[in-house]
Design a protein around this ligand. Sequence first.
Ligand code: CA
Ligand code: CA
Length: 283
Amino acid sequence: MKSIKSKIAAAALAAVTAACSAQAITASAYTYTTRTQRYLQTQSNMNSKVGAWKARYPAGSTFSTANAPVYSGKIVYSGFEPMNPSPENEELLRTQAYARKLASEYFGTTTFMALGGGSGFSPEIGDQVKIWDPDNHRSRWILITRTAGGVQATETDQFTNKVKWNVNYTVGNGTMDCTSENGKHYIVSDCYRPIKQGDVNGDGKVTTYDVQWLEGYVSGSNSTSGKDYNLLMAAIDFNGDWQITKADRDRLFNTLCYADGSLRPTYNGSTMYGNYKYVVLGW
Ligand SMILES: [Ca+2]
Ligand SMILES: [Ca+2]
């Protein structure tokens, strides 16, 4: 506990004295990427990344972690609830390693939130999705590469590790049926996404519910108790002073809403508007 507190103090001091220079942010407990969510979540950006990936991992080639193991980064449950034990240094295998490697590269972070499956599931670009085969009681991980005009994923074969591209799915009520496998039925059991700056209630989306959560925090009715404090702070602290204040609430409000409280135009089906970032583990 002591070490966490001292890191937070150091981060706050660094932010004030060095006016958020890149070095000061690197020295803090957590840091942010400089790429925006808006940019990364566009289909055209993913398309160009897919082009580069296809050259590196051609369809039918074998994805091997023998020489370059993939390790789990920092993962929390929705609502910033810590995983216990944390899988932080766990070596990932097979389909999960492939999906994680690509997602980490795409978003520039190894910090993700496990949002679970269920009826509310709606895939987003770059999602790592765990799907369960109820016939054979097996799971595999896929990476979402397209959301509009039919959902597509890239994945490795769970038996041969061979890379597949443009695997087509139909998304249902917490399900994904693989049209590339004659409509084979799968249940969505989990979905990992990078942690978005502004998603302070930890539901994977940045909405006015997050503004409400911040208002509750500032007024003392919400607390960080039982949550991963550092990750939550990194998601909240828009102005980089490592404190949660009305200034952070105002920043989020102004990126989502006009002064009269009406929502700004949506972008790509989300309510994100500003220069949002992803939370990156910085030590
Ligand atoms: Ca949220
Ligand atoms: Ca702040």
